[in-house]
Design a protein around this ligand. Structure first.
Ligand code: ACM
Ligand code: ZN
Length: 506
């Protein structure tokens, strides 16, 4: 049986059930919100909600997001919540091939409650169509968090009503880069490329129908040059700035000693919290060079007043202030692991660990963490660096965390940064089949994971993607053997520096 992610327990029975063109469905009223998904899911078949071919039944005791599926004379999906019923349905769709469903009994539930994909729409913009396609695929593989990286030095991509000029101005940069050698296109990039609040509502609703929580990320107090280009008075140096035309870490950051900067961030949070029902809010917090704070009279004055000893602690002070503000709104703050570079971080902050391979130091201190080790799962890295097998190895037990720490790991997430992802073709190439690998790493119990077995099941989904016209990365590239041995990989690596699309096109 070729199910991805592999369920917790499968009993295969002999025989199969045939579904014809008309499918009679019985849906417990507690799962009524699934109607539209069920109608569209059985593509090509006519669904009526008055039969017993497929029964969605409420059953207490089935774990959250879990389901039991039984295929015998008909199909029954048992769940105790709508998410579980939905995931049972996703499994059923994967089992259904040429009108036939093999008889079986499946018991399933996720390994982690947080199973994420991040997309950076700031370095290069991807609109509603690409995002909806990603969300639909995430749901098919039981992923449940879409982390939407909306703002960057190189572009601000969400409308803020209180600051109407922010997005229209800060979404454009005067020039765009071509490759890591610093060659430029000589053309402006990003005019009009931002999401209106209506667009956001549409995406959030589309995701919710597929059991996906959308977590917005507004990066602060660094990676914010685009906003500071419109409001330079909120930076420490208070000098005119431009939306960054180069990638990398930028030295201009928000002036934490300036009350107007704090108000600005809170205003943005206010509007975002109205749009995103997610219990989580991501505040970035990564790569904040502190030089400007060191020489800023306002920041230094605040440090003296609040007895803040170091600039790292000043970031801690700021993170705590925002975390408290979000907590008052019922939101949990997520930040990249740099927010732990102070001893004083609030214990309710959730840390997304991205450095190295082991990580999770915050979890060792008792805090909640999400694992996103760059060397294992960054999807912007070429496949010759982050191959499929590496991404499959993401997880706390996999990186030998002690059992008492594992319980602090909320889940895993694979980010896609888009410095060198310019179009749909490359986007799909970088995502698939990494999404399938991270989905299995996030859902399937550690003891059941087996990369070889995963690869053998994956062939079915490569064929499905082929039919859908998705430009996925084929096995000879994600699984570097033969021609892709070391020398060849080095050659490819060198080529990618000059032409970031080399791997896609070669
Ligand atoms: C990051 O990769 N800067 C979180
Ligand atoms: Zn300052």
């Amino acid at each position: 049986m070729k199910i991805i992610p592999l369920p917790k327990k499968i009993i295969e029975n002999s025989g199969a059930l045939t579904l014809n063109k008309y499918v009679g469905v019985r849906l417990d009223e507690r799962f009524a919100t699934l109607r539209a998904r069920i109608e569209e899911g059985f593509m090509g078949r006519k669904v009526s909600f008055d039969g017993n071919d497929v029964v969605f039944s409420f059953q207490e005791g089935v774990p959250t997001e879990g389901y039991r599926l039984k295929v015998s004379a008909n199909v029954t999906i048992y769940a105790s919540d709508v998410k579980g019923a939905f995931y049972g349905f996703m499994t059923l769709l994967q089992l259904l091939e040429d009108d036939v469903i093999p008889r079986c009994e499946i018991e399933d539930e996720p390994r982690f409650p947080y199973r994420g994909i991040m997309l950076d729409v700031a370095r290069h913009f991807f609109g509603k169509e690409e995002i909806k396609s990603l969300l639909a695929n995430m749901a098919y593989y039981k992923m449940n968090v879409f982390h939407w990286h909306l703002t960057e030095d190189q572009g601000w991509r969400v409308e803020i009503k209180k600051y109407p000029e922010l997005a229209p101005k800060a979404c454009v940069r005067k020039n765009d880069w071509k490759n890591p050698l610093g060659q430029m296109t000589g053309k402006p990039y990003g005019e009009g490329c931002y999401f209106t609040q209506e667009d956001v509502k549409e995406i959030v609703a589309f995701a919710a129908e597929r059991m996906i929580t959308v977590v917005p990320e507004i990066d602060m107090p660094g990676h914010i040059t685009s906003a500071l280009s419109v409001f330079p008075e909120l930076s420490c140096e208070q000098k005119p700035l431009e939306v960054s035309t180069k990638f990398g870490v930028k030295s201009s950051i928000g002036c934490v000693g300036n009350e107007d900067f704090i108000r600005f961030m809170k205003d943005i949070i206010d509007e975002m919290c109205e749009l995103f029902p997610s219990p989580f809010f991501h505040i970035g917090g990564d790569e904040v060079p502190k030089d400007k704070w060191k020489s800023c009279p306002k920041c230094q004055k605040l440090m003296r007043e609040k007895d803040v000893k170091t600039e790292n602690d000043l970031q801690g002070y700021f993170t705590n202030l925002i975390t408290e503000y979000l907590a008052e709104k019922g939101k949990k703050t997520i930040g990249w692991d740099e927010i732990t570079e102070t001893k004083h971080l609030r214990s309710d902050a959730i840390v997304q660990w991205w450095h190295g391979k082991e990580g999770g130091k915050w979890a060792e201190r008792g805090g909640k963490a999400i694992l996103s080790h760059n060397t294992l799962c960054y999807m912007d890295y070429p496949y010759i660096m982050t191959n499929l097998n590496k991404i499959y190895r993401l997880g706390p037990e996999e990186c030998k965390m002690k059992p008492e720490i594992v319980k602090n790991i909320l889940g895993i997430e694979a980010p896609l940064w888009t410095e060198f992802v310019y179009d749909k073709k490359k986007l799909e190439f970088m995502l698939y089949p990494r999404v399938q690998a991270v989905a299995e790493a996030a859902w399937t119990p550690f003891e059941r994971k087996n990369y070889k077995d995963f690869e053998s099941r994956l062939t079915k989904y490569l064929e499905e993607m082929e039919k859908q016209g998705i430009c996925y990365c084929p096995p000879r590239k994600y699984n570097p053997v033969g021609l892709y041995r070391l020398r060849h990989r080095l050659r490819v690596a060198r080529k990618i520096i000059k032409d970031p699309d080399f791997e896609v096109n070669c």
